[in-house]
Design a protein around this ligand. Structure first.
Ligand code: GLN
Length: 197
């Protein structure tokens, strides 16, 4: 069984842990470098990327996480988690710490004020079955993606789900709907890496 951590500094940690468990993983909370070192994969939940980034620094997790991503640890970032994985952020705070590793530039709060939150049914590459019902809450979108990045879903022309090797990111919150297909996709990605050794 893959042991998958959920970064538990801020945000919707419980919902991700529940979805991971439903998808067949052992879900554990990660707050300390020792806990990070003991997982096969990690979920960065939604919340507030500026706050989570600041807490990562305070908890001494920012550098260990950057190193882990560089070493190939599978990471799935949702919403604020997508921002944290990005190489760069537009409309972010000037001093906002990022983990980086995913070759994208994201725009924070991209969908604007009028549509702070909305829901949409998305065709997501790699998922079978009906369109995925996706919940967006002050969500980012991908403004620019490098050649190694596969776009899995879009809203209009804007990528909202992407994958680059061991890194997966969505603008939306799949943990809020009871549809565990995004988590299954990530658990599968982690399991394949484990099998490769
Ligand atoms: N707007 C938030 C941020 O900038 C993300 C919102 C979310 O994670 N639901 O981090």
């Amino acid at each position: 069984t893959a042991r998958i951590g959920v970064l538990a500094l801020q945000g919707d940690v419980r919902e991700h842990a529940r979805a991971l468990a439903a998808a067949g993983a052992e879900a554990v909370e990660v707050r300390r470098p020792e806990e990070l070192a003991a997982v096969d994969g990690l979920v960065l939940p939604g919340g507030e990327s500026t706050t989570i980034g600041r807490l990562l620094r305070i908890f001494g997790l920012l550098d260990p996480l950057r190193a882990a991503v560089g070493d190939g640890l599978p990471v799935y970032g949702s919403c604020a988690g997508m921002i944290l994985l990005a190489q760069d952020v537009l409309d972010g705070r000037p001093d906002q710490p990022l983990i980086g590793g995913l070759d994208v530039v994201v725009r924070r709060n991209a969908f604007g004020r009028q549509v702070d939150s909305f829901e949409a049914d998305l065709e997501v590459e790699g998922l079978t079955g009906p369109p995925l019902h996706a919940v967006f809450i002050r969500a980012p979108w991908v403004e620019k993606a490098g050649d190694g990045v596969t776009v899995l879903a879009r809203v209009g022309e804007h990528p909202v789900a992407v994958r680059q090797g061991h890194l997966l990111a969505t603008s939306f919150h799949p943990e809020l709907t009871g549809d565990i297909r995004m988590h299954e996709l990530f658990v599968d990605l982690v399991a394949r890496r484990l099998a490769r050794g």
